[in-house]
Ligand binder design. Structure first.
Ligand code: NAP
Length: 333
């Protein structure tokens, strides 16, 4: 099969550092072109990564007939606009999370996707990682008994005023940047949607973005809760609790591409030695994501993270913001 030629919108750090090297390792795609607002930056990134073509404008990249799929890691507030433009140019799009700032934008994007017949996915790489597939299999098989509680934590320390995470207009803040992960993985594990949410949000007085958030999600089968913070010591963990067992996902989100991930299964003991450890093979979740996306483009499989899923995740994020404002439970619409 001919490899898909990817084009990349911007020299974003996540692309250059992680996603583009991962696509270059994939078995069904190649990074063919990269664009930047600045031609020199594009050429420098292309030179560093061995990408054949570079452009000094995003639109020039979209106009290149050789490009079949776009990877969009622009700031959050630019995701929808450039994903739409890419679809209008006839390209499939893998767009970074969060896909939108407002669920109505995703509703409109679904219409455009259906009109064009192209593939669009929100880049939730965790959803392709074998550790999450195994965790969900264990839950489905009843290995933990009846699962009714999921708990998560995700934090880092970043007070850089110029970083897009600390710029309100760019779609910054903890919920949109990292809260989206425990939301998507909790929905994945319960395999259903939360009915209502409660949340406490604390905002940075200077930037105005939410920097600390604790959320409770009420699912038909149980409860999920998480705390995320952008001015805390870096840490991440997810725990899944059932009537007969507990499963801990050690590095749930930033799973490394060069080390095996671990799941810890406990059945009641309180000490590390009481746990069963599952070591997963080394893999790069961004490579798995890219390969899955290309198989969908080629019609070999269904889309694992379709826009309908992005819409449901966004509706939960919106309810979290509403609950933070109102101080009450808010239904997920
Ligand atoms: N899936 C993951 O693991 C993961 C991890 C980190 C981030 N992300 C997501 O990836 C996206 C990018 O994050 P990042 O940390 O890589 O961001 P970043 O390094 O700040 O990159 C954003 C890029 O957007 C372009 N851009 C265009 N207009 C801009 C503007 N007005 N201000 C700033 N940049 C502008 C710039 O590229 P040019 O100058 O080349 O045009 C810039 O390099 C975000 O949506 C984030 O949520 C995902």
């Amino acid at each position: 099969m001919k490899k898909v030629k990817w084009g990349v919108l911007s020299t974003a750090n996540i692309g250059v550092a992680k996603v583009l090297p991962a696509i270059q390792k994939s078995n069904n795609g190649e990074v063919y072109a990269i664009a930047s607002r600045n031609a020199e930056s594009a050429a420098a990134a292309a030179g560093k990564l061995g990408i054949p073509v570079s452009y000094g404008s995003y639109q020039d990249l979209l106009d290149d007939p050789e490009v079949e799929a776009i990877y969009n890691p622009l700031p959050n507030n630019m995701h929808i606009q450039w994903t739409r433009r890419a679809l209008e140019a006839g390209k499939h799009v893998l767009c970074e999370k969060p896909l939108a700032l407002d669920s109505s934008e995703i509703v409109e994007l679904i219409k455009l996707r259906d009109k064009t017949g192209l593939t669009v996915s929100e880049a939730f790489m965790v959803r392709y990682h074998p550790q999450w597939l195994k965790a969900r299999d264990m839950v489905r098989e009843g290995a933990l008994g009846k699962v009714t509680a999921v708990q998560g934590f995700f934090s880092y320390y970043n007070v850089d005023k110029g970083n897009i995470r600390n710029i309100k207009e760019a779609g910054g803040g903890a919920i949109l940047d990292i809260g989206c992960y425990p939301v998507t993985t909790s929905r994945f594990i319960f395999d259903e949607e939360p009915l209502r949410v409660a949340s406490v949000l604390e905002h940075d007085p200077e930037s105005g973005v939410d920097r600390l958030a604790s959320v409770l999600m009420d699912f038909p089968s149980g409860q999920a809760s998480f705390t995320v913070g952008t001015q805390l010591v870096p840490h991440q963990r997810m725990n899944i609790f059932g009537s007969e067992g507990r499963l801990e996902v050690e590095i749930p989100f930033n799973a490394p591409p060069d080390k095996g991930c671990r799941l810890f299964k406990g059945e009641g003991g309180f000490y590390p030695g009481d746990q069963e450890i599952f070591e997963l093979d080394v893999c790069d979740q961004y490579t798995l994501q890219a390969e899955s996306f290309v198989r969908t483009i080629r019609g070999e499989q269904e889309n694992h993270v379709p826009l309908e899923d992005a819409l449901r995740n966004m509706k939960v994020l919106e309810a979290i913001f509403r609950a933070g404002e109102s101080g009450r439970w808010e239904d997920v619409e």
